[in-house]
Design a protein around this ligand. Structure first.
Ligand code: COA
Length: 165
Protein backbone atom coordinates (compact mmCIF):
# COMPACT_ATOMS: atom_id res chain seq x y z
CA UNK A 1 0.00 0.00 0.00
CA UNK A 2 1.35 3.47 -0.88
CA UNK A 3 0.12 6.72 0.65
CA UNK A 4 1.09 9.83 -1.31
CA UNK A 5 -0.51 13.21 -0.69
CA UNK A 6 -3.43 11.69 1.22
CA UNK A 7 -4.15 9.29 -1.63
CA UNK A 8 -3.71 5.59 -0.98
CA UNK A 9 -2.98 3.26 -3.87
CA UNK A 10 -3.90 -0.29 -2.96
CA UNK A 11 -4.89 -3.56 -4.61
CA UNK A 12 -8.34 -3.58 -6.24
CA UNK A 13 -10.41 -6.25 -4.49
CA UNK A 14 -13.76 -7.78 -5.46
CA UNK A 15 -15.53 -5.61 -2.86
CA UNK A 16 -14.44 -2.50 -4.79
CA UNK A 17 -16.28 -3.53 -7.98
CA UNK A 18 -19.58 -1.68 -7.30
CA UNK A 19 -17.82 1.65 -6.68
CA UNK A 20 -15.36 1.14 -9.55
CA UNK A 21 -18.28 0.31 -11.83
CA UNK A 22 -19.96 3.55 -10.76
CA UNK A 23 -16.88 5.51 -11.91
CA UNK A 24 -16.60 3.38 -15.07
CA UNK A 25 -20.20 4.16 -16.10
CA UNK A 26 -19.71 7.88 -15.36
CA UNK A 27 -16.59 7.93 -17.54
CA UNK A 28 -17.17 5.65 -20.54
CA UNK A 29 -19.96 5.39 -23.08
CA UNK A 30 -19.46 1.64 -23.35
CA UNK A 31 -18.43 0.69 -19.80
CA UNK A 32 -17.03 -2.66 -18.74
CA UNK A 33 -19.67 -4.69 -16.91
CA UNK A 34 -19.14 -5.76 -13.28
CA UNK A 35 -18.59 -9.26 -14.71
CA UNK A 36 -15.63 -8.08 -16.81
CA UNK A 37 -14.02 -6.53 -13.71
CA UNK A 38 -14.66 -9.73 -11.77
CA UNK A 39 -13.06 -11.83 -14.53
CA UNK A 40 -10.09 -9.48 -14.85
CA UNK A 41 -9.36 -9.52 -11.11
CA UNK A 42 -8.95 -13.29 -11.16
CA UNK A 43 -7.22 -13.61 -14.55
CA UNK A 44 -3.55 -14.61 -14.55
CA UNK A 45 -0.85 -11.98 -15.05
CA UNK A 46 -3.08 -9.07 -14.06
CA UNK A 47 -2.49 -6.40 -11.49
CA UNK A 48 -5.39 -4.10 -10.65
CA UNK A 49 -5.17 -1.16 -8.25
CA UNK A 50 -7.50 1.47 -6.83
CA UNK A 51 -6.81 4.98 -5.59
CA UNK A 52 -8.57 5.87 -2.35
CA UNK A 53 -8.99 9.35 -0.93
CA UNK A 54 -10.74 10.00 2.39
CA UNK A 55 -11.95 6.41 2.45
CA UNK A 56 -13.56 6.64 -0.99
CA UNK A 57 -12.35 4.91 -4.16
CA UNK A 58 -11.71 7.71 -6.68
CA UNK A 59 -9.80 5.90 -9.40
CA UNK A 60 -8.57 2.57 -10.66
CA UNK A 61 -6.29 0.98 -13.19
CA UNK A 62 -4.93 -2.31 -14.38
CA UNK A 63 -1.99 -3.85 -16.14
CA UNK A 64 -1.66 -7.22 -17.86
CA UNK A 65 1.79 -8.77 -18.01
CA UNK A 66 2.61 -11.38 -20.64
CA UNK A 67 6.21 -12.47 -20.60
CA UNK A 68 8.32 -9.30 -20.87
CA UNK A 69 5.49 -7.13 -22.23
CA UNK A 70 2.97 -5.25 -20.15
CA UNK A 71 -0.28 -3.76 -21.37
CA UNK A 72 -2.22 -1.10 -19.49
CA UNK A 73 -5.81 -2.35 -19.70
CA UNK A 74 -7.55 0.60 -18.08
CA UNK A 75 -6.97 3.75 -16.04
CA UNK A 76 -9.72 6.10 -14.92
CA UNK A 77 -10.25 8.74 -12.27
CA UNK A 78 -13.59 10.00 -10.95
CA UNK A 79 -14.31 13.25 -12.89
CA UNK A 80 -14.62 15.11 -9.58
CA UNK A 81 -11.17 13.99 -8.43
CA UNK A 82 -9.19 14.83 -11.57
CA UNK A 83 -6.28 17.21 -11.97
CA UNK A 84 -4.75 16.42 -8.57
CA UNK A 85 -2.19 13.81 -9.54
CA UNK A 86 -4.28 10.69 -8.91
CA UNK A 87 -3.93 9.44 -12.50
CA UNK A 88 -0.17 9.92 -12.27
CA UNK A 89 0.01 8.06 -8.95
CA UNK A 90 -2.00 5.18 -10.39
CA UNK A 91 0.17 5.01 -13.52
CA UNK A 92 3.33 5.12 -11.43
CA UNK A 93 2.21 2.13 -9.41
CA UNK A 94 1.00 0.25 -12.50
CA UNK A 95 4.37 0.76 -14.18
CA UNK A 96 6.11 -0.41 -11.00
CA UNK A 97 3.89 -3.51 -11.00
CA UNK A 98 4.88 -4.13 -14.64
CA UNK A 99 8.61 -3.81 -13.89
CA UNK A 100 8.31 -5.97 -10.76
CA UNK A 101 6.41 -8.53 -12.85
CA UNK A 102 9.33 -8.81 -15.28
CA UNK A 103 8.18 -6.53 -18.09
CA UNK A 104 10.71 -4.69 -20.24
CA UNK A 105 8.15 -2.87 -22.42
CA UNK A 106 4.79 -1.29 -21.83
CA UNK A 107 2.00 -0.59 -24.31
CA UNK A 108 -1.59 0.63 -24.43
CA UNK A 109 -4.30 1.95 -26.73
CA UNK A 110 -5.86 5.36 -26.28
CA UNK A 111 -8.51 7.26 -28.21
CA UNK A 112 -6.79 9.59 -30.67
CA UNK A 113 -8.83 12.51 -29.25
CA UNK A 114 -8.00 11.83 -25.59
CA UNK A 115 -5.48 14.61 -24.97
CA UNK A 116 -5.42 14.29 -21.16
CA UNK A 117 -4.62 10.57 -21.27
CA UNK A 118 -2.07 10.97 -24.09
CA UNK A 119 -0.23 13.60 -22.03
CA UNK A 120 -0.37 11.45 -18.92
CA UNK A 121 1.15 8.53 -20.85
CA UNK A 122 3.77 10.77 -22.45
CA UNK A 123 4.93 11.67 -18.93
CA UNK A 124 5.82 7.99 -18.61
CA UNK A 125 7.86 8.05 -21.80
CA UNK A 126 5.14 6.46 -23.90
CA UNK A 127 5.30 7.41 -27.56
CA UNK A 128 2.78 6.86 -30.39
CA UNK A 129 3.77 4.13 -32.82
CA UNK A 130 0.65 3.64 -34.92
CA UNK A 131 -3.11 3.48 -35.17
CA UNK A 132 -5.63 0.71 -34.67
CA UNK A 133 -8.40 1.68 -37.07
CA UNK A 134 -11.89 1.74 -35.51
CA UNK A 135 -10.55 0.11 -32.33
CA UNK A 136 -13.36 1.91 -30.58
CA UNK A 137 -16.85 1.84 -32.05
CA UNK A 138 -16.58 5.46 -33.16
CA UNK A 139 -12.87 6.25 -33.19
CA UNK A 140 -9.35 5.01 -33.94
CA UNK A 141 -6.92 4.11 -31.17
CA UNK A 142 -3.42 5.40 -30.95
CA UNK A 143 -0.99 2.65 -29.97
CA UNK A 144 1.67 3.84 -27.53
CA UNK A 145 4.80 2.05 -26.33
CA UNK A 146 7.71 2.59 -24.03
CA UNK A 147 10.70 0.22 -24.02
CA UNK A 148 13.48 -0.59 -21.57
CA UNK A 149 11.33 0.04 -18.52
CA UNK A 150 13.53 -2.45 -16.67
CA UNK A 151 16.66 -0.34 -17.18
CA UNK A 152 18.46 2.09 -14.86
CA UNK A 153 17.52 5.14 -16.91
CA UNK A 154 13.80 4.41 -16.66
CA UNK A 155 14.10 3.59 -12.96
CA UNK A 156 15.62 7.05 -12.51
CA UNK A 157 12.74 8.61 -14.44
CA UNK A 158 10.23 6.88 -12.12
CA UNK A 159 12.19 8.04 -9.06
CA UNK A 160 11.99 11.62 -10.32
CA UNK A 161 8.24 11.34 -10.86
CA UNK A 162 7.79 9.84 -7.41
CA UNK A 163 9.69 12.71 -5.85
CA UNK A 164 7.46 15.27 -7.66
CA UNK A 165 4.29 13.81 -6.15
C1 COA B 1 -6.57 10.47 -18.01
C2 COA B 1 -6.97 10.56 -16.52
C3 COA B 1 -6.86 9.16 -15.91
C4 COA B 1 -6.00 11.52 -15.81
O1 COA B 1 -6.31 11.50 -14.42
P1 COA B 1 -5.97 12.74 -13.46
O2 COA B 1 -6.03 12.28 -12.07
O3 COA B 1 -6.82 13.91 -13.83
O4 COA B 1 -4.47 13.03 -13.91
P2 COA B 1 -3.34 13.79 -13.08
O5 COA B 1 -3.94 14.92 -12.30
O6 COA B 1 -2.54 12.79 -12.36
O7 COA B 1 -2.48 14.39 -14.26
C5 COA B 1 -1.45 13.62 -14.82
C6 COA B 1 -1.02 14.18 -16.16
O8 COA B 1 -2.04 13.93 -17.13
C7 COA B 1 -2.10 15.05 -18.03
N1 COA B 1 -3.43 15.65 -17.92
C8 COA B 1 -4.36 15.38 -16.96
N2 COA B 1 -5.47 16.09 -17.20
C9 COA B 1 -5.23 16.81 -18.32
C10 COA B 1 -6.02 17.71 -19.10
N3 COA B 1 -7.26 18.04 -18.76
N4 COA B 1 -5.46 18.21 -20.22
C11 COA B 1 -4.19 17.90 -20.59
N5 COA B 1 -3.40 17.05 -19.89
C12 COA B 1 -3.93 16.52 -18.78
C13 COA B 1 -1.01 16.00 -17.62
O9 COA B 1 0.16 15.68 -18.36
C14 COA B 1 -0.79 15.66 -16.17
O10 COA B 1 0.50 15.84 -15.69
P3 COA B 1 1.12 17.31 -15.49
O11 COA B 1 0.03 18.16 -14.96
O12 COA B 1 2.22 17.08 -14.52
O13 COA B 1 1.58 17.67 -16.84
C15 COA B 1 -8.40 11.14 -16.36
O14 COA B 1 -8.51 12.32 -17.13
C16 COA B 1 -9.51 10.17 -16.74
O15 COA B 1 -9.95 9.36 -15.93
N6 COA B 1 -9.99 10.26 -17.98
C17 COA B 1 -11.09 9.42 -18.43
C18 COA B 1 -10.67 8.00 -18.56
C19 COA B 1 -9.60 7.85 -19.59
O16 COA B 1 -9.60 8.52 -20.61
N7 COA B 1 -8.67 6.95 -19.31
C20 COA B 1 -7.62 6.60 -20.24
C21 COA B 1 -8.14 5.59 -21.19
S1 COA B 1 -6.86 5.05 -22.30
Amino acid sequence: MTALGGVVIRPFVVGDIPRVHEIETAVYETPWSTRVFDDELSAPGRSYLVAESAGQVVGFGGVMIISDEAHITTVAVDPEARGGGIGKRLMLRLVEEAVDGGAASLTLEVRVSNEAAKRLYARFGMAPVGLRKRYYRDEDALIMWVHDIDGDEYRERLNEMRSEL
